[in-house]
Design a binder for this molecule. Structure first.
Ligand code: PEP
Ligand code: MN
Length: 340
């Protein structure tokens, strides 16, 4: 961090500022230039709040030269992180495919879909029990009964289960879930993120539809600062001016997140496009640019799905798409994760 001081800054004020900065356990270097006086900060400046520095009377400008996140930063952790999920590994050279319905609806629906996606080669099962819906009148999910059905589907198929948490008060209901998903609307629910930081579960952190990658990295930092290092990013489309797709899939997020962070990256082509026919090309593109996993909505009867039917594949369509994903995964040098 570099602090440029105002012209009239008094020695006493500078001393006070330096003392305050040293309280953060960092070294300071005052440079008296011809035109300007500058303080350079040396050490871990992640805990120094830029706005608090800017608010000081003698500060003209403040600039960060280092990112404000440490745990998620590749600079401090050069090797790719590999997140273990009940026998599978997200990151580290294989591809995982998380497939299943948007919402868990009935026992028959989740079991039929789970068996079908497993047969087609999916490596994990997804399904929402607590659903973040835009309308309060839309189906809100089965709640804990949905989690119980996912557990039953896991018993039958052996697939680890991924499901989203919406409220802090539900955390105990997720004790037997393999991966806790944070939906895009909750990406900046900092109270929830802090609590997940105290958990030992892998967290699938979805990017908010209007969030920058820096904000996503900072949300991961919230979880990791609490001790939980098992965070996986998920790009699921951002809001742009284009109405033909539900969102716009930002594929550049994959190499960019990997450049800045060691954490694995998942692409969700279903929520990104909202169109079942786009899942195949976007999945292949995602694997080609380095995604560690895909999250795809599959429903045994999409036309009658209680949520997101238009973006869900039938089991037969998914089986076809999986053949191409497998081929692309081999070609990209990250074959499908076969588990233990
Ligand atoms: C979901 O995965 O079912 C979901 C609601 O996703 P998002 O938070 O990305 O909208
Ligand atoms: Mn959905």
């Amino acid at each position: 961090m570099i602090i440029i001081l105002k012209d009239g800054a008094q020695e006493k004020q500078i001393d006070e500022l330096v003392k305050w900065l040293q309280g953060f356990d960092i070294k300071t270097n005052l440079v008296n230039g011809v035109q300007q006086r500058i303080i350079g900060l040396i050490g871990d400046t992640t805990k120094v709040d830029m706005e608090s520095v800017q608010a000081k009377e003698i500060v003209e400008k403040v600039k960060r030269v280092q990112e404000p996140y440490k745990n998620a930063n590749r600079r401090f952790h050069p090797d790719d992180s590999v997140i273990e999920v009940s026998g599978r590994k997200i990151g580290g050279g294989t591809l995982n495919v998380i497939a299943g319905p948007c919402s868990v609806e009935t026992e028959e629906q989740i079991i039929t879909t789970a068996i079908a996606v497993k047969e087609a080669g999916a490596t994990m099962l997804r399904g929402g029990a607590f659903k973040p819906r835009t309308s309060p009148y839309a189906f809100q999910g089965l709640g804990y009964d949905g989690i119980k059905l996912l557990i039953e589907a896991r018993k039958i198929t052996g697939l680890p289960i991924v499901t989203e948490i919406m409220d802090l008060s539900h955390i105990d209901l997720f004790a037997d879930v393999d991966v806790i998903q944070v939906d895009e609307r909750n990406m900046q629910n900092f109270t929830l993120l802090k609590e997940l930081g105290r958990s030992d579960k892998p967290i699938l952190l979805k990017r908010g539809l209007s969030s920058t990658l820096e904000e996503l990295l900072m949300s991961a930092e919230y979880i990791m600062a609490g001790g939980n290092q098992k965070v996986v990013f998920c790009e699921r489309g951002i809001r742009t001016f284009e109405p033909k797709t539900r969102n716009t899939l930002d594929l550049s997020a994959v190499p960019l997140l990997k450049y800045h962070s060691h954490l694995p990256v998942v692409i969700d082509p279903s929520h990104a496009t909202g169109i079942a026919a786009l899942i195949e090309p976007m999945s292949l593109g995602a694997v080609a640019v380095g995604a560690d996993a895909l999250e795809i909505e599959v429903h045994n009867d999409p036309k009658n799905a209680w949520s997101d039917g238009a973006q869900s594949l039938t089991p037969a369509q998914f089986a076809e798409v999986m053949k191409k994903i497998k081929a692309q995964a081999e070609f990209s040098g990250r074959p499908i994760d076969e588990g233990k």
